[in-house]
Design a protein around this ligand. Structure first.
Ligand SMILES: O=P(O)(O)OC[C@H]1O[C@](O)(CO)[C@@H](O)[C@@H]1O
Length: 394
């Protein structure tokens, strides 16, 4: 199917979800970042400048001496600069917003704030929170269950862990995410068929992570299960090269989650120490390719990343943004076959996603009709989820 058949998601129509992200979520986030850390006047000024720019101004360029100014030029910054933010496509505009926010807090420039994650206060609080304690303690009860039940439970935890996304909560407030957990597409069986239990040292699972803390912990536990049961001989965890979309996991977040697990008691601690050993022995690698923060879909991934992902028996792709980048950030008919949209991906791929934006494919017509008839904004509230698989029959 030609991508021109569906319009790109844009943020220029008031009343749409994408518009609300630029008009409400981004300004709220700038204020939250400014309040979460005792920033000096220069940083506060830069954040205020960014706030004014995204509210009333036009897109400003990166400083010419920024380490990635040429990269962003190649990614289209030249044509974006000087235009209203709402003129940009949603994916490009969101991505550039996060790059600019990091610039405002001095993340990239030499100096005392270089490399300091502005979202760390939110991520740390979540990782230390009692909700994680409770989730880890619940693992002990799983040990007695048959392997397939444990696998399903861990897959479910990784799937619904995607609801814990901190960016989502900024506008979801206290009452959401919640409601009935519901899968709009359920291809778990096909996923497990690709990874039979046993000793297959050649099976490699790649996991393209989404959020840190409450999502990354169950992601890691799922990888541990795959490695421990021999469903996979090795694994690669792909994280972001720099802080992104508020809570997206970086290598520092992966280390923090591994420490949290390894220090836990019971089954969680055992899994954490196995994961620690797996990293130490090279069976679990952590990667952070620059393209994971690029403002484009995965169909446009560079050759080196394509070759790397092609080594996967299956790639688990987590979360809403990764899904948008997989199928294309376009307003597809929800019945558009997922396998068609994901056919470009270099390995078999399984999307594990709670729905937090308008993009969706691969939903059966009767399901779409029932969801639409419910009158609920089922695509964007995080109350619905999907497990979809493509490339498994190749
Ligand atoms: O963490 P996730 O599941 O990728 O969700 C993040 C989602 O939140 C947003 O940033 C704002 O809705 C979306 O653009 C994005 O798809």
């Amino acid at each position: 199917m030609n991508t021109d058949e569906a319009p790109a998601v844009r943020a220029d129509v008031p009343g749409t979800f994408a518009h609300s992200v630029l008009a409400e979520r981004h300004p709220a986030l700038v204020r939250q970042v400014r309040d979460a850390t005792p920033y000096p006047p220069a940083v506060r000024g830069a954040l205020d400048g960014l706030l004014a720019e995204i509210t009333d101004g036009t897109v400003a360029p990166l400083p010419p001496d920024a380490h990635d100014a040429r990269q962003w030029d190649a990614w289209g910054a030249g044509t974006a600069v000087g235009r209203p933010w709402y003129d940009l496509t949603f994916l490009w505009g969101e991505s550039y917003f996060y790059r600019r926010l990091l610039g405002a807090v001095g993340y990239f420039a030499p100096g005392v704030r270089q490399g300091l994650d502005p979202f760390a206060p939110f991520k740390d609080a979540e990782l230390r929170g009692t909700a994680v304690d409770e989730e880890l303690a619940a693992l002990d009860a799983l040990a007695e269950h048959p392997e397939r039940e444990r696998a399903d439970a861990l897959l479910g935890a990784a799937l619904w862990g995607n609801r814990a996304d901190l960016g989502f909560r900024i506008t979801a407030g206290e009452t959401a995410p919640g409601g009935a957990a519901q899968l709009v597409a359920d291809e778990r069986e096909r996923l497990w068929d690709m990874l039979p239990p046993g000793d297959d040292p050649a099976a490699t699972v790649h996991l393209i992570a989404d959020n840190a803390a409450r999502e990354l912990v169950p992601d890691l536990l799922l990888l541990d299960h795959l490695l421990h049961t021999g469903r996979a001989g090795s694994a690669v965890l792909h994280v972001k090269p720099y802080p992104y979309y508020v809570s997206d996991a970086t290598a520092a977040d992966a280390d923090a989650a591994l420490r949290r697990l390894a220090a836990a008691g019971g089954a969680a601690g055992e899994a954490g120490r196995r994961l620690w050993d797996a990293v130490a022995e090279g069976r679990l690698a952590i990667g952070a390719h620059p393209f994971f923060c690029a403002p484009f879909g995965y169909a446009e991934m560079p050759d080196d990343l394509r070759r790397h992902l092609a080594t996967a028996t299956v790639t688990l792709l987590k979360g809403d943004l990764n899904y948008r980048r997989l199928v294309g950030d376009r307003l597809w008919q929800p019945t558009t076959p997922f396998a068609d949209r994901a056919a470009h991906f270099p390995s078999p791929v399984a999307a594990l996603r709670t729905l937090k934006s308008d993009v969706v494919t691969g939903v059966a017509p009767a399901t779409v009709a029932a969801l639409d008839a419910s009158g609920e904004p089922w695509r964007v509230t995080g109350t619905h989820a999907l497990v979809q698989v493509a490339g498994a029959d190749a």
